[in-house]
Write a protein that binds this ligand. Structure first.
Ligand SMILES: [Zn+2]
Length: 194
């Protein structure tokens, strides 16, 4: 439901659904309405994209976009919790959209079953408030950084390697650095672990 100003209002069902958020002074009704207003783009529906998509949907983010051109493989299932055994062989974006809608039918999910490229990134990014990168290769990471920079969107960055992880928010338009400020160029392909 939205009022004349386009502001997202919660239905009685949503007020019940999000009641544990609404009792938190840091969220409350106006905070939950802002969460519902939010449009978040996820890059990847794998090990990082799965929990991001599921938690953001459960929390009530109003619109999620998901970019991934991969298919579910049995070796993904040990960590990519949006996908189940029955999903092996299916496009990851179809599989994750189904799980998100089962958890929270109030979320609008737009899927992009395609590789992110310099050609399509600007048009896709322009639709969202925030980009969350869960990609698994440096080519995509640098592309996401550059496209978010030029689109003026804050970038939430996450990456893992074995038992280590990194997470950060890059928001150069709020005066902070971008990913290239931290790591100016991708490592040589021969040094990149899988
Ligand atoms: Zn920079």
């Amino acid at each position: 439901m939205s009022d004349d100003n386009g502001k997202q209002r919660l239905t009685p069902e949503e007020i019940n659904r999000y009641s544990r958020h609404l009792t938190l002074p840091e969220v409350g009704l106006s905070g939950q309405e802002r969460i519902k207003q939010a449009k978040v783009l996820l890059i990847g529906a794998g090990g990082l994209g799965s929990p991001m998509g599921i938690y953001l949907a459960a929390a009530g983010v109003g619109r999620l976009g998901i970019v991934d051109f991969d298919r579910v493989d049995a070796s993904n299932l040990q960590r990519q919790i949006a996908h189940t055994t029955a999903d092996v062989g299916r496009p990851k974006v179809d599989s994750i959209r189904e799980k998100i809608q089962a958890i929270n039918p109030h979320v609008r999910v737009d899927i992009y079953d395609e590789k992110l490229t310099a050609e399509n990134a600007q048009a896709i990014f322009s639709e969202y408030d925030l980009v969350a990168d869960g990609s698994d290769n440096f080519e995509t990471r640098y592309l996401v950084n550059d496209a978010a920079y030029f689109a003026g969107k804050p970038l939430v960055y996450g990456s893992i390697f074995r038992f280590e992880g990194q997470i950060s928010v890059f928001d150069p338009h709020a005066g902070g650095p971008c990913y290239r400020c931290l790591y100016s160029s991708p490592p040589p392909a021969s040094l990149v672990p899988s």
